[in-house]
Design a protein around this ligand. Structure first.
Ligand code: BG6
Length: 476
């Protein structure tokens, strides 16, 4: 564009986090265990056995953290509520102390004029529900999740306008049921598509209830979006790309936004015997629970090429990648991923592709026509705490700047972009990569096993983002 549109006047300049990755206090004030409290203690599941028992102790230091947000001029803060903090058994008696923690946090944010963006579910399902009925593998969870959500709607609906339903259902369910890298550690495509269908139903039901309890609010799921690229213009690669787009993106987005599965993908899964069990009434429920906006977590694009019927068969589909697991993945006969020679990668081998963000935003706009909130985007790196107590993360500034430039291009293209919440505000626990893979604007001095003093230190990117916010994006 010759001339760029400015960022909207009320653009939500934010930052993001998730309960398990920051709170700690895993068994305090009546909280029940989540599946992650149990899974991380199984030897070999996480980097050096790291876990969120203490995390960055946000539960006790939320005031200090919110003060830093205020210092940065943040307009919005995306956080998640831990379900087992509210219902230690997943349902039944509500834990008032858990609600009070989030009430204090929300009030503190509002006191500084920071808009809370509340995520209802960021992967920490109560272990009690896993033990009782296999959590997402049972339709019983639809009602329990709805009840948990309604409890939050009733309590916080008057204070919180923006809500995220499920975080990265696609990525989390993929790791839970295909790669087995997330709890319950299953590798079974059938179970994957069934659990994923149940999650869709729970998502729709929670959104339908939202309409009743928070009529003035806005809600949408956060999707781990890796727009697909074809490796070449050969028709075979183009078809592989179409297949991937259909099965790794539209499979989720069409259901969220339209209440329908994409036809060719559903036909394929039926042929394979992998299609989810769809009961009477399911489509009505899905159609009744469509979102106000789509949350987009964008880290990278993925490039696809032809995969012969006897070709690469690995578990991963549309993952945003993990160090050491970036080998080509795919489904024989459909597609496989391949490195994009045009893109540099991070130390965890994730492709750095700011233009992919613009492409993703435009695809989202043209196919679904909904406003979008970028609920995550960021760079995981090994940061270095210098002897003088500073952290020079110019690489993170470069990453975020280039992605924000593409946001502005997309806004100029006509995308209705509500906000930008980089991952993450402080450094957090990376589920499988421990504390060494850092994303924050604020450094937290701890390592995998030693929480040290958990001192907070703003990085260079903190001051850069402060100035960006102050200029409403005019100075990137
Ligand atoms: C997203 C998640 O998948 O990416 C976050 O919603 C996560 O919870 C983030 O931390 C970065 O992933 P990773 O594996 O680098 O920590």
């Amino acid at each position: 564009h010759e001339q760029l549109k400015p960022f909207p006047a009320h653009f939500l300049w934010g930052a993001a986090s998730a309960a398990y990755q920051i709170e700690g206090a895993w068994n305090e004030d009546g909280k029940g265990p989540s599946v992650w409290d149990v899974f991380t203690k199984i030897p070999g599941k996480t980097f050096k056995g790291s876990n969120g028992e203490v995390a960055v102790d946000h539960y006790h230091r939320y005031k200090e953290d919110v003060a830093l947000m205020a210092q940065m001029g943040l307009k919005a803060y995306r956080f998640s509520v831990s379900w087992p903090r509210i219902f230690p058994q997943g349902r039944g008696e509500v834990n008032e102390a858990g609600l009070q923690f989030y009430e204090r946090l929300i009030d503190e944010l509002l006191a500084f004029g920071i808009e809370p963006i509340l995520t209802l579910y960021h992967w920490d399902v109560p272990q009690a529900l896993m033990d009782e009925y296999g959590a997402w593998e049972s339709r019983k969870i639809i009602e329990d999740f709805d009840n948990y959500c309604i409890t939050l709607y009733k309590r916080f609906g008057g204070k919180v306008k923006y809500w995220v339903s499920l975080n990265e259902q696609n990525y989390n369910t993929n790791h839970a049921f295909i790669t087995g890298m997330h709890p319950p550690g299953v590798q079974d495509r059938r179970r994957f598509f069934d659990a994923n269908h149940i999650a869709f139903l729970a998502n729709a039901k929670a959104i339908a209830s939202f309409r009743q309890y928070v009529p003035d609010g806005q809600i949408g799921p956060s999707f781990a979006y890796s727009p697909a690229y074809p490796a070449s213009s050969s028709p075979k690669d183009m078809l592989a790309f179409e297949n991937a787009e259909e099965l790794t993106n539209h499979w989720w987005l069409d259901v969220y936004c339209w209440g329908q599965y994409p036809e060719s993908a559903l036909t394929y899964l039926k042929e394979k015997g992998w299609a989810p069990i769809i009961e009477d009434g399911d489509y009505e429920l899905l159609a009744a629970g469509t979102p106000d906006f789509m949350g987009m977590n964008y880290y990278q694009s993925l490039t696809y090429e032809f995969n012969p019927v006897d070709g690469v068969e690995t578990g991963e589909m549309n993952t945003t990648g993990q160090k050491g697991s970036n080998a080509d993945t795919g489904i024989p006969g459909l597609y496989k991923t391949t490195a994009n020679p045009n893109l540099e990668t991070t130390n965890w081998d994730w492709a750095i592709d700011p233009t992919g963000l613009r492409i993703g935003l435009r695809r989202m706009m043209s196919r679904y026509g909904l406003p979008v909130m970028i609920t995550e985007n960021g760079l995981g790196e090994f940061d270095k705490l210098e002897a003088d107590g500073t952290i020079h993360d110019g690489y993170r500034i470069a990453y975020l700047r280039s992605h924000l430039e593409q946001c502005q291009q997309a806004i100029t293209d006509g995308v209705d972009l509500l906000g930008y919440c980089p991952w993450s505000f402080t450094d957090v626990l990376s589920w499988l990569n421990g504390y060494q893979k850092r994303y924050g604007f604020v450094y937290v001095d701890r390592d995998e096993t030693d929480p040290k003093e958990l001192k907070r230190i703003p990085k260079d990117s903190f001051y850069w983002y402060r100035d960006v916010i102050q200029s409403n994006g005019e100075e990137l």
